[in-house]
Design a protein around this ligand. Structure first.
Ligand SMILES: [Zn+2]
Length: 426
């Protein structure tokens, strides 16, 4: 009877731990189940008396060692000969450490383990000849699929499902060039594929960058697939199902998560001016005072000043055709002549000059004339190179099929478990 139970357990164990272990002897697995090994930092903790703590104010490596019966010679050796691996002066307050002591009555420290961060640690072997080395915890990636229908806004739709806020940020970055996130419609839908990272099987350590996404906005479909185009420099970009880059030469808006309070309108009439035509040659994005204003494309700051109704503003020249201007800032963050990159914070939302409320008036200049950027056909970033196109389409085909098969329900459970390594293409 007992034997049958063990075999069933062994089968369960085998099915959950991947193919590479299936070849091993069943009897060995049975033993594992009967006597589970408590493993950490590459040690069986049952072989030691384990002391776990964090570095406290006033703690020094020397004190900790003396308290645990390590002799001065060894402490001296560690502090002088192993500086490159473990600099004893650099232990920081609040960092976790463990001391593994001998299980006999002497309880002499045999190993000191210092956690450099959540994944990396350093082991100081304090037995006969002292040495120090680095170790790494086991990191596991769990694939997740999530989908949702937007009723109010994206963050709410995502937060309701307990999905990491990083996924929201990531989504808004991926689609920053194609979807106005402040103009989402009720009923817009999304699906995302990404991985969650776990340390030693159980400690959640955040969401990895999105691998693939689908967004339905206003009845239009937007696919996004992460693809590594340069494995040497580790560069990945998001492309759509036709291998077109999702990035554009210009961001859709100079502010993340704001709303358009007034569009470009040459026939605007304002009550205050007796309903006379007062053309509005900018697009107003309302957001709280202090919200960062971003450069919508790379370029050189040609003006950063304060003048009349414009208040404090910045003007950036992107090339011989395009310039952009950002009005009513609380303060500028850039100087004339400075080169800025797309997404750089060039100032903050304010109310300087003629304005009824906090917003940035975004003005888009094309060949010296102000135009409506929301109506312009703006240049897109580099498409995928021809030599990679075929491989890319082959790569995304199963991912797209998987994405397409995801239904729009509240929360999707985890799909499959893969050890190590996020999805990459070689
Ligand atoms: Zn305006």
């Amino acid at each position: 009877m007992q034997k049958i139970c063990l075999i069933i357990l062994a089968c369960l164990f085998l099915s959950s731990c991947g193919d590479e272990k299936k070849g091993k002897d069943t009897v060995e697995k049975v033993e594992v189940i009967e006597k589970p090994i408590v493993e950490a930092y590459g040690f069986n903790l049952e072989d030691f008396v384990v002391l776990k703590d964090t570095v406290r104010n006033g703690d020094s490596f020397g004190d900790l060692m003396i308290k645990n019966k390590v002799d001065y010679q060894k402490i001296f050796k560690i502090s002088t000969e192993f500086k490159d691996t473990f600099d004893v002066r650099k232990i920081k307050i609040g960092k976790p450490y463990a001391i593994l002591k001998s299980k006999d009555t002497s309880e002499i420290a045999q190993y000191f383990i210092y956690e450099d961060d959540r994944i990396n640690y350093t082991v100081v072997d304090l037995r006969d000849s002292v040495i120090a080395y680095h170790g790494k915890k086991n990191v596991k990636y769990v694939e997740r699929v999530a989908s949702g229908v937007i009723n109010s806004n994206l963050s709410t739709a995502i937060n309701e499902q307990g999905i990491d806020y990083m996924v929201t940020n990531n989504l808004s970055e991926i689609y920053a060039w194609s979807i106005d996130f402040f103009r989402l419609q009720k009923g817009d839908k999304f699906k995302v594929l990404y991985k969650e990272k776990y340390i030693n099987d159980s400690i959640y350590a955040g969401a990895e960058p999105i691998e693939a996404a689908f967004f339905e906005h206003n009845g239009e479909s937007f696919y996004a697939f992460s693809y590594e185009t340069d494995s040497v420099n580790n560069i990945s970009e998001y492309y759509n199902e036709q291998a077109k880059n999702l990035r554009r030469a210009f961001l859709k808006a100079p502010v993340e998560f704001s709303r358009i309070s007034s569009r470009y309108n040459l026939n605007r009439r304002i009550a205050y001016y007796g309903y006379k035509v007062r053309p509005h040659k900018g697009t107003d994005y309302a957001a709280p005072i202090g919200t960062p204003i971003l450069a919508t494309a790379n370029g050189t700051v040609i003006e950063s000043t304060r003048r009349g109704g414009n208040g404090k503003y910045v003007k950036i020249e992107h090339n011989s055709t395009y310039s952009t201007q950002y009005l009513h800032m609380k303060n500028q963050n850039v100087k004339k002549g400075q080169y800025v990159k797309q997404g750089d914070v060039i100032g903050w939302i304010g109310m300087t000059g003629n304005t009824g409320g906090p917003h940035v008036c975004y003005r888009f200049w094309k060949n010296g004339k102000q135009v409506d950027p929301l109506r312009e056909k703006l240049p897109v970033a580099e498409p995928i190179v021809d030599s990679l196109r075929g491989r890319y389409l082959e790569f995304i085909s199963p991912i797209k099929a998987k994405l397409d098969s995801v239904p729009y329900i509240e929360v999707k459970i985890q799909e499959e478990v893969k050890e190590e390594q996020p999805l990459t293409l070689k």
